[in-house]
Ligand binder design. Structure first.
Ligand code: NAD
Length: 290
């Protein structure tokens, strides 16, 4: 992490993140490294705010003219009630991870999906008109589902286990089917034949569940023989960096799109929205060892 050279003065601008628990977040390191590199007199700070303090925090940030902030759990859906404009992606996702304050007008959007699409595109992969298989129906999965559909992915086969996320999987898959040109099909993760068949027909598989993340790091939802060398394999999980799914894919020689790339690009997308400037992504990647 580079040391801050610019002194904090009366001109220093604040960008924030409101969530709880959130002290572990990588976002301050990401954005502050970028501000430092570009000589921008801004600072990114984290604030532990839960649902109870949310409305007051948003009104305070608005009243103080704070240019923008990120939002994470448990505030991603709840904050929508306090914003003025929602992007099409935020409306379809039913959640927000980035707020932009234009002179008191607050716009909410989601950069997880655009971040993932960017991580895919920077590897020279074009998913327009193609078919992908998506595992999950939570926050990360919904963001990918929505953005992939908005960006012209032709077909998405979505899988989730029959847990508390299943009704959400039904709702979001139906909504995206209705509102976009993407063909979306939903399957039970327990249906292994369907999983094998849909992966077999797809150019890319993405795990957007928390299976593979600590403490479920020994879990991989896909059998090795469901993978093939030509399949592109992505995992949104970045802790650990190298999930069992990514290990299996790399052992086969598959091209992979890791969770840390998505994490970096979701930050870069927000950075651009707040500052109008591209994040120096390669510098940040190197500084943070991403
Ligand atoms: P969430 O709680 O909203 O959703 C969890 C999803 O995982 C659900 O679909 C649930 O059914 C599924 N799931 C959990 N355990 C499972 C298991 N054992 N078997 C099958 N399915 C299981 O979580 P989220 O916010 O969507 O986060 C999911 C993962 O994505 C986490 O690891 C998170 O760190 C990661 N994430 C990464 C980025 C990034 O930028 N790379 C961004 C957001 C989230």
């Amino acid at each position: 992490m580079p040391e801050r050279k610019l002194p904090i003065t009366g001109h220093t601008e604040l960008i924030g993140l409101i969530a709880t628990p959130i002290r572990h977040s990588m976002s301050p390191a990401l954005h502050n490294a970028a501000f430092e590199k570009l000589g921008m007199d801004k600072v990114y700070l984290v604030f532990e705010v839960g649902k109870e303090g949310l409305e007051a925090a948003v009104q305070g940030l608005r009243a103080m003219g704070v240019r923008g902030w990120n939002v994470s759990m448990p505030n991603k859906a709840a904050i929508m009630a306090y914003l003025d404009i929602l992007s099409p992606a935020a409306q379809l996702c039913g959640s927000v991870n980035t707020v932009i304050n234009d002179g008191g007008v607050l716009t909410g959007t989601v950069t997880d999906g655009t971040g993932w699409m960017h991580a895919v595109a920077e590897r020279g992969i074009d998913l327009k008109g193609k078919k992908i298989t998506l595992l999950g129906a939570g926050g990360a999965a919904t963001a990918i589902l929505v953005q992939a559909a908005l960006d012209g992915v032709g077909e998405i086969s979505m899988f989730n286990r029959q847990d508390e996320f299943w009704p959400r999987a039904e709702e979001k898959s139906a909504l995206v089917r209705e509102k976009t040109n993407c063909k979306v099909s939903l399957f039970h993760l327990e249906d292994r034949d369907a999983l094998r068949r849909e992966i077999g027909d797809s150019v890319l598989l993405v795990n957007a569940t928390s299976a593979g993340m600590k403490p479920q790091e020994n879990l991989c939802l896909v059998d090795s023989d469901m993978l093939r060398r030509e399949l592109i394999v992505s995992d949104v999980v970045y802790n650990p960096r190298q999930t069992i799914l990514l290990q299996r894919a790399e052992a086969l020689g598959c091209q992979t799109v890791p969770g840390l790339s998505m994490m970096l690009w979701q930050g870069a997308e927000a950075f651009k929205l707040w500052t109008g400037v591209d994040m120096p992504v390669e510098y940040v990647r190197k500084q943070l060892g991403l």
